[in-house]
Design a protein. Structure first.
Length: 701
């Protein structure tokens, strides 16, 4: 499915540039302070659960109320109050997301679709790095767009878009804080965050964050160690030129890790209820990951309104692991019936992105208008993919599953397999525009024209290129009054697929079409936001096998394009400050999904998820409480049915300001010690964490 708009796009660019030159031909370049402008959206230090504007949806700086999609934000204050320090913990707190925990890694979904990408400062990164578990200490906020986000992304699923916005060196004075924490299962954390001007004028500023954490677990034999180094330099080169450069290094070492989960059924096909400390691993197993990132950003104002913005980022991600896979049917009377296999692997991938755009605001008839013209580039490459199935993948017998020890296994007559490498390159031109038709009526239009190329060394798969993939965006927002707006929107996202038709040609990419409408509110001078949205997502061009038909001259199954999954539902979000002392964050998401045959789809994902968290300040004390709800999810049917019934987790916060420099905070999670699963499967039952606590001391200087 190709929609070619090369000529209209070029004509639009020429028309916009000509119009803007006319409008600004006699304007003088006024003094602009980019540094102050950049602070507007920063949530650090605001004590708020919302933000003034977001641009993840369209790259236009729009308030939540004026964005024609279901969007929200997780601010610095919310991360602190909930003690959210890692990406996996963050996903637990976002309504509409199900973790689908596999072992120590996750396969998250939203609206029934896999989350297969994320963003950092708006730059798309692929291969959702669940095993590395991104540390959040270096981010100011996480902007969230539910559904398709193809306009600013490229390829992906119509699930949810998470955009992690980095912290900057905003202070012109020396300042910082020291954090020390201790929690359940020998969880110890120390972190220092320091910012300062690097010259007398203060136009060159630096910031560095160093973090170390060690943690055991409620699961036997499991432990991990994390180290983070993050640094950034922000420079106001002139009043109209801003430059930023930085980098980060994350290393996460996990020992005694599981590969898979506990068995669901015993030898008599009865469900098994284990102690949550039971593990399927050995202490010599490990998964070690490290990510090294570099990024830079330049902003240049050409006139007092027109800006040129360039962003570049590069990330190198490495992973080493030695694992055990447990299988069999357990005899619960004596612990027999189980066995294991061993695996060892190394991988390395890189993710490189570049984005260049120009923002062109102007007015017509005293109404604000804005265009964004841009070009983006992304290359995701597999640089190493080495695996070894230890001892020729022989099974290791386990006499007693309840009391076992497996000696460390080394390769023995095993074939080391170097899997074929590949890389994906995406380039795109895009145009986004905000058109104010009336003071209270705005039209948001956009289009992205993408080229997608996959180069594969595997001879079984041909390299492929998809050109002129058009991703449209259209939304209209009507402000009923100062507090409320209503909107409708359409956008989509494409996802290339590897299946081929009877002529040995790759099928065109899947298109996830996102239809949405809703009402939004903004109260107390923008300190509190609310939104209610209805959505429908339709997949088109999904590969469907043709029974008994193969590609001529081969034994490869032939496919045709067909209708795919339909997902529909609603989201409601309320976030912000009701008073200066009372913060609230509430969200509820619901979806239903069926495939083209009318069968329920993605049943391992909770259909309804809801999160509530509120805090209240009383003098030097802050108290808070939260509820997290997940509806039933399941897999299989009849005697093979495995399900997790709906459950609620209760969390609490108590904080005390000792003085202006010292703060103490206690977080307790799963107060009532609910026993539940975060992942299910015949050999993949994964328990969620029991009741746990975390005490944090912070000294501010």
């Amino acid at each position: 499915m190709k929609r070619n708009i090369k000529n209209p796009l070029l004509l639009s660019l020429c028309a916009i540039i000509t119009l803007n030159n006319h409008l600004h031909s006699e304007e003088k370049l006024e003094q602009i302070f980019i540094y102050e402008n950049k602070l507007f959206n920063t949530t650090e230090g605001t004590n708020s659960y919302t933000t003034g504007s977001m641009n993840t949806s369209t790259k236009l700086d729009l308030s939540i109320k004026d964005t024609p999609q279901s969007v929200s934000v997780v601010t610095t204050q919310e991360l602190k109050d909930k003690n959210i320090t890692t990406n996996q913990k963050l996903l637990e707190e976002i309504p509409g997301i199900t973790l689908n925990r596999v072992d120590e890694s996750i396969s998250p979904t939203s609206r029934g679709f896999a989350i297969d990408y994320f963003k950092i400062d708006g730059m798309t990164q692929y291969g959702f790095s669940s095993s590395s578990d991104l540390d959040l200490a270096m981010f100011d906020r996480i902007e969230i767009v539910r559904g398709a986000n193809g306009l600013t992304t490229g390829s992906g699923n119509p699930a949810i878009s998470l955009n992690y916005i980095r912290k900057h060196a905003n202070s012109k004075e020396f300042k910082g804080d020291l954090t020390l924490s201790a929690g359940s299962w020998d969880n110890y954390l120390s972190m220092i965050d320091v910012s300062s001007a690097l010259n007398e004028k203060g136009n060159i500023r630096g910031r560095i964050i160093v973090k170390h954490q060690e943690e055991d677990s409620f699961m036997n034999k499991y432990e991990k160690e994390k180290n983070l180094l993050y640094g950034i330099i922000d420079v106001d080169l002139t009043d109209t030129t801003y430059f930023s450069v930085g980098g980060s290094f994350e290393k996460l070492d996990k020992n005694g890790v599981a590969w898979g989960g506990l068995p669901a059924f015993d030898i008599n096909n009865n469900r098994i209820d284990f102690n949550r400390s039971q593990s399927v691993t050995e202490d010599w197993t490990y998964t070690n990951t490290q990510t090294t990132s570099f990024f830079t950003n330049v902003e240049q104002y050409i006139t007092d309104k027109i800006s040129l913005n360039a962003n570049y980022s590069f990330a190198n991600k490495e992973k080493e692991s030695k694992l055990l896979w447990f299988m069999g049917q357990l005899d619960t009377t004596d612990g027999s019936g189980m066995s294991a296999k061993a695996y060892e692997g190394e991988s390395r991938v890189s993710d490189e992105s570049f984005d260049l755009n120009s923002k062109i605001p102007f007015t017509i008839a005293n109404l604000d208008q804005e265009f964004i013209l841009g070009y983006s580039y992304n290359k995701y490459a597999t640089l190493k993919n080495k695996v070894a199935y230890l001892n020729d993948w022989d099974e290791i017998s386990i006499p007693n599953f309840y009391n076992y020890y497996i000696e460390e296994i080394y390769p023995k007559n095993s074939e080391i397999i170097y899997r074929p490498l590949n890389h994906t390159t995406q380039t795109a031109f895009y145009i986004n525009q905000k058109i104010s038709l009336l003071e209270n009526l705005k039209l948001i239009l956009g289009a992205r024209l993408s080229k997608y190329t996959l180069i594969n060394e595997d001879p079984r798969y041909k390299s492929r290129t998809f050109r002129d993939e058009l991703t449209p965006y259209a939304g209209i927002v009507y402000n009923i009054n100062e507090q409320h707006s209503i909107y409708v929107s359409y956008t989509d996202i494409f996802q290339p697929q590897s299946q081929r038709d009877i002529n040995d040609n790759y099928l065109d990419p899947i298109v996830g079409k996102n239809y949405e409408t809703g009402i939004k509110g903004e109260y107390f001078d923008g300190k509190l936001n609310s939104s209610f949205s209805l959505f429908k997502i339709l997949q088109d061009n999904v590969a469907e096998s043709i029974d008994g038909v193969y590609i001529p001259g081969t034994s490869t199954q032939a496919y045709r394009a067909a209708k795919g999954v339909e997902s529909k539902g609603f989201d409601f979000i309320l976030a912000g400050n009701i008073t200066d002392k009372l913060n609230i964050k509430y969200g509820i998401s619901n979806f239903s999904a069926e495939n083209a045959q009318g069968e329920k789809y993605s049943t391992k994902s909770s259909r309804t998820t809801s999160n509530l968290f509120t805090t209240y300040k009383i003098g030097d004390f802050k108290i808070g409480a939260g509820l997290n709800y997940k509806s039933r999810f399941y897999t299989g049917e009849g005697k093979s049915l495995i399900e997790q019934k709906s459950y609620i987790l209760t969390n609490a916060l108590l904080a005390y300001d000792v003085d202006k420099n010292s703060k103490i905070q206690l977080n307790i999670n799963n107060i009532f010690d609910k026993k539940y699963y975060e992942g299910i499967g015949s050999d993949g039952m994964i328990y969620g964490a029991p009741r746990n606590g975390f005490l944090t001391y912070k000294y501010i200087f």
